[in-house]
Design a protein around this ligand. Structure first.
Ligand SMILES: [Zn+2]
Length: 345
């Protein structure tokens, strides 16, 4: 089958389109095989290309976590979907047997893994996943939007709704608007009645974020984000910070965080090692928390929002699968606003 692959870690020159990759087989009676129509990139896919500690790939390794397509075949125990159903995929694979999974906390699964990182991914004609990882695509939603939806929206939903418990009227700061998680966080925060601040180094991205509902926009190249927020809020600061940027934004994120503030992080695209003054943490009674992907129940919740038209991911550009390396290049330049999608059909 056709697929976008790597055979070794390194730069983007490793990203290779092939037409001789073996088709994945159903691994258990609960699996489904999907003929993919579209896939979508996440920053995680760049990390997989570059290589990460503890990550081992089997060449030719199929990249990609997000995807949407049509069920082609199902295992003998699958009852929730049938061949011909249009589905989108939750890229987080859990065992459904450990204590966390049984408690409904699938993203804490002791065997948790991601498509494209721990299992062959979605940038291919076919992918195999457990049936509990798919949901039917709501009517009227395109393949590109369905593929762009799951990872970023699920991650942002868990961060803001489940972990930070965002409330109407709260001040929310979202660092680095333009990426999938940040944009989904903007939409979810507005849906919940929050007052939303966004940051970017690009005035063009800030203008687009304002059009999507951002209340306050800050260009970190021209203003001191923390000082500006404290100034405009009468020194109060924000209630919640959503930070997936990491080292480059950590000091500003904490500088903007008000008393009893909650900072929630799902990633560290600019580096994972940061410095925190513990005195400010306990004096201000902050909660600093992590979040990863989401649960089956949260996946149901976001698909309901997609169905109702309340959470629809902006798509930056669509590339043919064979030109997938161009999408990776655009992602690595951080020039995108919204999701980068690969057309596979
Ligand atoms: Zn588990």
């Amino acid at each position: 089958m056709r697929a976008l692959t790597i055979s070794a870690h390194g730069g983007l020159d490793q990203v290779t389109f092939r037409d001789d990759v073996a088709m994945p087989e159903l691994g258990s009676p609960g699996d489904v095989r999907i003929r993919l129509a579209a896939g979508a990139l996440n920053h995680l896919d760049l990390f997989v290309v570059q290589g990460m500690p503890g990550l081992t790939i089997v060449p030719p390794w199929v990249l990609g976590g997000d995807g949407a397509g049509v069920i082609e075949s199902v295992g003998s125990e699958v009852t929730t979907v049938a061949p011909g159903d249009r589905v989108l995929i939750n890229p987080g694979i859990s065992c459904h047997a450990c204590d966390y999974c049984k408690a409904g906390e699938q993203s804490l699964c002791v065997k948790f893994g991601l498509l494209g990182e721990h299992r062959p991914g979605t940038f291919a004609e076919y992918v195999v996943v457990p049936a509990w990882n798919v949901r039917r695509i709501p009517a009227g939603i395109s393949d590109a939007v369905a593929a762009a939806f799951s990872l970023a929206t699920l991650t942002a939903w868990r961060m803001l709704v489940t972990r930070a418990k965002v409330q109407a009227g709260e001040q929310v700061l979202i660092q680095g608007i333009g990426g999938g998680v940040a944009l989904a966080a903007l939409q979810i925060a507005k849906l919940n009645g929050a007052h939303v601040w966004v940051t970017s180094g690009s005035d063009e991205k800030l203008a687009k974020a304002a059009a999507l509902g951002a209340d306050e926009t800050l260009n970190y190249r021209t203003v001191d984000v923390a000082r500006e927020i404290r100034g405009r809020t009468g020194k109060r600061g924000v209630d919640i910070v959503v930070d997936s940027v990491g080292a480059a934004t950590w000091a500003q994120s904490l500088g903007a965080l008000g008393k009893r503030g909650r900072l929630v992080s799902c990633g560290a695209t600019t580096g994972p090692i940061v410095e925190t003054d513990m005195r400010r943490m306990f004096w201000n009674q902050w909660t600093l928390m992590g979040s990863t992907m989401g649960t089956d129940a949260e996946f149901d919740a976001i698909v309901t929002e997609l169905s109702a038209g309340r959470l629809v991911p902006p798509v930056d550009a669509v590339f043919p699968l064979a030109e997938g390396r161009r999408a990776f290049e655009r992602l690595s330049e951080q020039s995108q606003f919204g999701k980068l999608v690969l057309s596979i059909g």
